[in-house]
Design a protein around this ligand. Structure first.
Ligand code: EPS
Length: 360
């Protein structure tokens, strides 16, 4: 299973094409939209979330809610496009541009502008680099979650920390902190955890670098906007403890190999070991600051303040939903590439057989 996405933040729509999705899954579309709504929540979001009500439309690969095995095309309309039509129209020359030439430190603006010759307007970079694109990843991940549910595999996530504070954005202290940052024109990042339950042992492989499950998951999670670190299980803590405290000892109980601990996060030697997969991901603070940082104008080369644009203070809660769905999509992809997956029935049979084999 593979996919591509297209779409600018203030363009007409976000689009995804997923190829290789098994035939025979009945899609619950309201559940896809419920997941998209979760991504829009969280304390510290900016004005854009008041404009959008992200809703997925499926225009190919599905007939009367059942997947056909042909490429699936998902679309999310950008409601804000009506306000940006003159600036962002793909096919009409309107002449309206309002160029931005003062790149934000931490965003794709500077390097993207130099690389693609967009020094006269970083909007040509930031529109695609925007985390708006994560909406279509959540739609794809929510679809993958429905496939995984049919295989008794579930994916959940939570916020572990916002800035220096442990806890999530329901915590009053964290809310006060976000309010203070908003007043100061500043932003904050955080850390999230994703747990995959029910994944059979044996996904991924030790035999080659590009088949290792942790490597594949890390690449996918690291590709999420503003993600700066990915780990599994105790992650970086494993570098601080001894081997006897780090490894998950092996037992044999009720006819199966088991573990009593899961410090390595369900992956050993690049393969799932039957324990829950635990992924931790770190989000850096959003680079659009209302109290701008020092930068240099791309055209005049003079020192100036980076440009300001409507933005969020914290998106850690949204990041937890996005990473959950990126993990779900990646696990579904791996199952489909390793097992027979033309149809849901084949995949169910192969997952069942793998579970039997891996009991030992
Ligand atoms: C986002 C939409 C964007 C931002 C945010 C994520 O909307 P706008 O740019 O119109 O305010 O709120 O994007 C960024 C954090 C970024 O760095 O680009 C969304 O749909 O999640």
């Amino acid at each position: 299973m593979r996919y591509l996405t297209a779409g600018e933040s203030h363009g007409p729509q976000l689009t995804a094409i997923i190829e290789g999705f098994p035939a025979g899954l009945t899609i619950d579309f309201p559940a896809l939209n419920a997941e998209l709504a979760e991504r829009q929540k969280g304390y510290g979001r900016g004005g854009r979330m008041k404009i959008e009500t992200d809703t997925v439309e499926c225009v190919a690969g599905v007939r009367q809610t059942v997947t056909l095995g042909s490429p699936i095309c998902l679309v999310i309309e950008n409601k804000d496009y009506v306000n940006w039509q003159k600036m962002m129209h793909p096919m009409e020359v309107t002449g309206e541009k309002k160029p931005q030439t003062t790149p934000r430190p931490g965003h794709a603006d500077l390097v993207g502008a130099l690389k693609y010759n967009h020094e006269d307007d970083v909007r040509n970079v930031l529109e695609r680099a925007s985390a708006r694109e994560t909406a279509i990843h959540v739609a794809m991940g929510a679809l993958a979650q429905q496939l995984l549910q049919q295989l008794d595999i579930t994916v959940t996530s939570r916020v572990c920390r916002v800035g220096a504070y442990e806890g999530d954005e329901q915590n009053q202290e964290i809310r006060r902190y976000i309010d203070q940052l908003r007043e100061a024109g500043d932003t904050v990042g955080g850390e999230v955890e994703v747990i995959v339950n029910g994944l059979p042992a044996g996904l991924g492989s030790y035999v080659h670098y590009d088949r290792k499950l942790d490597g594949i998951l890390a690449q996918a999670v690291m590709s999420v906007n503003a993600c700066k670190a990915v780990g599994f299980g105790l992650a970086t803590e494993l570098g601080k403890i001894s081997g006897s405290a780090a490894h998950d000892q092996i037992f044999y109980e009720s006819g199966a190999f088991t573990r009593q601990t899961n410090r390595t996060g369900g992956i050993e030697g690049g393969m799932s070991n039957g324990m829950p997969i635990i992924v931790r991901a770190t989000l850096k603070p959003i680079p659009t600051l209302m109290q701008p940082l020092q930068t240099v104008d791309l055209l005049t080369k003079t020192a100036t303040a980076s440009f300001r644009e409507r933005s969020d203070v914290s998106v850690v809660e949204a990041f937890a939903i996005i990473v959950k769905n990126v993990v779900a999509q990646t696990i579904a992809q791996q199952l489909c590439s390793q097992l027979r997956s033309d149809t849901l029935g084949q995949l169910q049979t192969d997952v069942k057989n793998l579970r039997m084999q891996m009991k030992g």
